[in-house]
Design a protein around this ligand. Sequence first.
Ligand SMILES: C[S@@+](CC[C@H](N)C(=O)[O-])C[C@H]1O[C@@H](n2cnc3c(N)ncnc32)[C@H](O)[C@@H]1O
Length: 240
Amino acid sequence: MSHITPYNTSDSKKDQVAQMFDNIAFRYDFLNSLLSLGIHKGWRKKCIKLIAGKKPAFILDVATGTADFAIEAVKLQPKKIIGIDISEGMMKFGRGKLQKLNLDKTIELQYGDAETCDLPDNSIDAITVGFGVRNFENLEKGLTNMLRILKPGGQLCILEFSSPRKFPVKQFYMFHFKYITPTLGKLFSKDARAYSYLPESIKAFPDNERLTAILEKVGYKQASYKSVGLGLAAIYLAEK
Ligand SMILES: C[S@@+](CC[C@H](N)C(=O)[O-])C[C@H]1O[C@@H](n2cnc3c(N)ncnc32)[C@H](O)[C@@H]1O
């Protein structure tokens, strides 16, 4: 998985990922909506409903980017939401959105790496990660560090792309990712590689069953997944 990197240079995957998201940050929200026709918004809403039952007071949104997941989590009326990311460029746009929505007191965005961030043990009720884990340099290290930060009984909710397996979604997806995604991505973001890295990284990422097994292996309990968007993405839920 880690051999798929944005720019195939000798820099670490982490540095390349941060660089890529800094490059495309100014177009990230626009391209997300254009390429998915807005479907991704419904998926984050579903995730938030899934963790609503335990009424989390302290929420951490890992790989927060432009803060869409953190903004959705406000519906749970938590005391505090912290968003962390390794791309300052993405968070700059996120902070702008928070100010406009008057949410900059509830949501705090700070530089932080999922794999090494040193939030205290057992301090967070729920962690969300939207389209982030695929980009981690070391997936198990990131999942283990998030487990450390979660309170016992706390929930991890991961939203991530999958490779659809069924006709005709699989064929549509392959066409979209081969022709439409790279063309529109290059045109609007000016980073030709970012939107060809996207399908490559999805292809190389563990499938639904494998990621669920990895969650259990690193110590999460009751790990499960649910496909959304006819298999285009999946929501993984697990507990400490
Ligand atoms: C596709 S964006 C997702 C943004 C947002 N969560 C969403 O749902 O739209 C992926 C983000 O993951 C961040 N990222 C990648 N590896 C990370 C890591 N190890 N720790 C924190 N953030 C990371 C990137 O910088 C990028 O902003």
